[in-house]
Design a binder for this molecule. Sequence first.
Ligand code: DP6
Length: 367
Amino acid sequence: MMEETYSQQLLNDAASLTVKALSPASGSAGWSCPSNIALIKYWGKKPVQIPMNPSLSMTLDEARTFTRVDYTFDPAQTDPAFSFSFEGRQAPAFSQRIEGYLKFITPYLPLLAHTSLQIESRNTFPHSSGIASSASAMGALALCLLDIEQTITGTAHPEEFMRKASFLARLGSGSASRSLFPQFSLWGKSEGWTGSSDEFAVSFSGFHPSFGNLRDTILIVEAGAKKVSSSAGHGLMEKNPYAPVRFEQARVNLGEIRNALESGDWPLFLEIMEMEALALHAMMLTGKPGYLLMQPGTLSIIQKIRAFRKETGKRLGFTLDAGANVHLIFSGNDSDRVNAFISSELLPHCENGRAISDRMGDGPQRF
Ligand code: DP6
């Protein structure tokens, strides 16, 4: 017999809920959720929002989305409604995305069909800074919606809460599934990782203390909206001739980076992290059509980071997202020296000399 999927289990739970027996209610929920940066990259997916390979990320701290949802619930209401504002203004493009998202997740949160929602959201980081805003935004929204559902039904399951929130966030944006946990998160079924799943992310906590105070300084080579959306990028992987090799490489790299994180092997950690960043961009270069998101400044920064590491032996390396900006990952123990290096050598390659300093964080918070 086939094992019941988590999705099926949630649908069964939803089907057993008697909405009519619930009383009308109103209230609000507020959550902040951080963004995350992938060390092992998710690039390529199949329906519905299932990754072609597992990915591992570091949860950020400062870069967050704050979302508050005011709701009214009435079991007799059959016409769901919502409004959305971002940083106090209407945001039609994101509103449309939320509309689709709410419809998509209603089978898992059946009360949504009987609610009016007023959603207000803001980010702590500038839009188009290259920080994955869909991860923090979808994470925060999923948390608020689940919170509301559980408040109305009076069925709080604290131990299940983050898992279900991660599942719901994933349906909004794959990488969002990983933003719900402190420090490191793994999304994707992986051999040797008990409890790992393609349907939600899990926390990874067994790392060596030398990775306990990681920093991420995001060097803004190019501010501005993404030139090619992640969805389009994932789509191009379907026909990329290197894709099968890439998916296998990610699995191997996941095992290696886990060994590095558990044993405190910094050279191996940095090697795998950088290999992953370059492999992600290699997939973009070799798709049909191929595209190039790195800029001359990206390459100059990468070269300088490698030269500085060779010269000083400091624990630092780079990773990249789907854009030109560089995430400089380093140990907080070396902050003074690395920050001086950033100011003198790297900021000159950044747009208007801009960088955003962040660090590994503890995950979402209620507010
Ligand atoms: C390059 O999570 O943005 O940041 O699931 O289509 O919303 P969708 O894609 P998204 O893809 C992120 C890709 C990446 C790598 C990563 O975060 O793992």
